[in-house]
Write a protein that binds this ligand. Structure first.
Ligand code: SF4
Length: 310
């Protein structure tokens, strides 16, 4: 029997990821290899390996970058301390931080200027969270769950404001925001239209996909926050859901009794890996591929001026 394969729309690369990869490729062209990238440019092994093959070197700390080498900061953003380290060393820096992440940094800075204590809703240890906490020039309180809000020791009449990690959607944060609003009498937060369009669109698309699929495959990396979230949504909706890096991780047993497989991809997963999963499915069964109607995305972010004409 033919297996139906339905693809989510939109899925995969967002404008911030396209821009970050483009920055590394153009920097390689302009300055020649090697260029040094602090942290994985985006959370995807395939992307990282492809850029490595072209001459990019990935390091976790600025101290690993040789003097005078071109340094690129990843799409997740960095703290002021990391920027300062590169400045002291006089390293030529190209910043590939997604403009939507920078927007969160700026929002946080504005709240501090207004005299508010900033609360960040996000995942501890994620590079974006570390960058955001380190960009806001005052102590930032991190909350990950509603339970965290309940144990906060900040007096309830303190003027506070919240910002959120970009890979969380309105749905992900609404309970935490509601708990914060219950707790604090003077609280502000950004307009919900300010959240990352790509996160919201991919999550809405995967919900639509789960209405027609009886198995969900999310193509992405295990350290990609937004890919994990897409898989969790499938699981929450009661569909067997798996996060896989490529077709080699497909387990044929998952297909037992399955008529329709839904496939989506995290914001840092290239389409070539979705194709790879479809190829792996085709080796097991005849398949018929279609794409769900969904939102068109036409967002493009401007490149840093020095690379725009490369
Ligand atoms: S998911 Fe959103 S915030 Fe993150 S890189 Fe993509 S566009 Fe930027």
């Amino acid at each position: 029997m033919t297996l139906k394969v339905v693809l989510a729309q939109p899925r995969g690369f967002c404008a911030g990821v396209v821009r970050a990869i483009d920055i590394v490729e153009r920097a390689l062209k302009k300055y020649g290899p090697p260029v040094y990238v602090r942290h994985e440019i985006v959370h995807n092994k395939y992307v990282v390996e492809t850029l490595k093959a072209k001459g990019a070197r990935f390091v976790e700390s600025v101290s690993e970058i040789p003097d005078d080498a071109v340094a690129i900061f990843s799409a997740h953003g960095v703290s002021k301390a990391v920027e300062g380290e590169a400045e002291v060393r006089n390293l030529p820096v190209i910043d590939a931080t997604c403009p939507l992440v920078t927007k969160v940094h700026n929002q946080g800075k504005r709240y501090v200027k207004q005299g508010r204590t900033v609360i960040l809703i996000g995942h501890a240890g994620h590079p974006e969270v570390e960058g955001t906490m380190g960009q806001i020039p005052a102590p930032v309180v991190l909350v990950q769950t509603v339970a965290d809000v309940e144990t906060l020791t900040i007096p309830t009449d303190t003027p506070v404001a919240y910002v959120t990690q970009t890979t969380l959607s309105v749905d992900d944060t609404k309970e935490i925001i509601a708990a914060l609003t219950r707790r604090f009498t003077d609280i502000q937060g950004p307009d919900t239209r300010d959240i990352c369009y790509a996160t919201q669109n991919r999550q809405s698309a995967v919900r639509d996909l789960c209405e027609v699929a009886d198995l969900l495959l999310v193509v992405g990396a295990t350290n990609s926050s937004n890919s994990n979230r897409l898989r969790e949504i499938g699981a929450e909706l009661g569909i067997p859901s798996y996060l896989i890096a490529n077709g080699s991780e497909l387990d044929p047993a998952w297909l037992d009794g399955v008529k329709t497989v839904g496939i989506t991809a995290g914001a840092s997963a290239p389409e070539v890996l979705v194709d790879d999963v479809i190829t792996a499915l085709k080796k097991l069964k005849p398949v018929e591929v279609s794409t769900l109607p969904g939102r068109e995305e036409n967002i493009e972010f401007r490149l840093p001026a020095e690379l725009a004409s490369v």
